[in-house]
Design a protein around this ligand. Structure first.
Ligand SMILES: Nc1ncnc2c1ncn2[C@@H]1O[C@H](COP(=O)(O)OP(=O)(O)O)[C@@H](O)[C@H]1O
Ligand SMILES: [Mg+2]
Length: 244
């Protein structure tokens, strides 16, 4: 049975942020046909992974590109509550439930008001999801989704906390690294890039996110980026980082 979810709290973004996400969407379009499973990751919590993931998903769907957002933060996801995701009738069985049970993908996938945008939220956080992430069922799920959708965006836990991100990255075609302006040091970012490399997950790009007062802050100098307004996001290609 086709399940339809309501996303009650999708925020309206300021023009500058909407444009930054749009730039990211366009850049992803140039990555080539074999880049489908894309992980959105960061070094630390609160850098904006879930924010970037859901906004990118929305814009991709609005542009008419079949896209699914998979919440693979199986430990601490707050997306369902924060964005008011609910079914008109019944309970959502999310990612962790799907992975742990004999449940079909059709029953797990939720359609939304965005015709091209489906979601697989995570409704039940688990203490140790490593087994679920390492399992063959996880791999099969991603591959199966990659056959059905043009893009599979995967929201993840941060790299510094647990090894989930590396494990997931190993199964993806690439990662977008979200960096919170003024919060994550360059050496930490470098470390994350190394972790992704070790996991065999190509770095597709870096999003400098939550940039506040960037022009006067050290971030502006260090990253040499353009200022995109309060809470702006800016996309850098991976080459930018490898150069340094
Ligand atoms: N560019 C942005 N503009 C406005 N708010 C943002 C932005 N990026 C993140 N946030 C907010 O910051 C908080 C942390 O972001 P979140 O996406 O939950 O981080 P993560 O998933 O990396 O832990 C959330 O309340 C989110 O809505
Ligand atoms: Mg998150």
């Amino acid at each position: 049975m086709r399940k339809h979810a309501i996303i009650g709290n999708m925020p309206e973004l300021p023009y500058s942020v909407e444009e930054a996400i749009n730039g990211l969407r366009i850049n992803i379009g140039f990555l080539g046909n074999d880049i489908k499973k894309i992980m959105i990751i960061s070094t630390m919590p609160d850098e904006g992974k879930s924010f970037v993931a859901i906004q990118l998903w929305r814009q991709m769907a609005e542009s008419g590109t079949p896209t699914i957002l998979v919440d693979a933060d199986l430990r601490k996801s707050v997306t369902t509550e924060k964005y008011g995701i609910r079914l008109e009738n019944g309970k959502i069985y999310g990612t962790s439930y799907y992975l742990a049970n004999n449940f079909s993908l059709e029953e797990a996938i939720l359609h939304t008001d965005w015709e091209c945008g489906d979601i697989l939220p995570n409704t039940k956080n688990v203490i140790n999801p490593s087994r679920l992430i390492e399992g063959e069922r996880f791999d099969n799920m991603l591959n199966n989704l990659a056959e059905r959708y043009r893009y599979v965006f995967i929201d993840t836990p941060p790299l510094n906390m647990v090894s989930d991100g590396e494990r997931i990255g190993n199964r993806c075609d690439g990662a977008i690294l979200v960096v919170r302006g003024g919060a994550t040091s360059k050496s930490m970012v470098r470390n994350s890039i190394q972790q992704l490399k070790r996991a065999g997950c190509p770095l597709l790009g870096i999003v400098l996110n939550r940039v506040e007062g960037a022009r006067s802050g050290y971030y502006y100098k260090k990253y040499g980026g353009k200022y995109y307004g309060k809470y702006g996001s800016k996309y850098y290609s991976d080459k930018y980082y490898y150069k340094k």
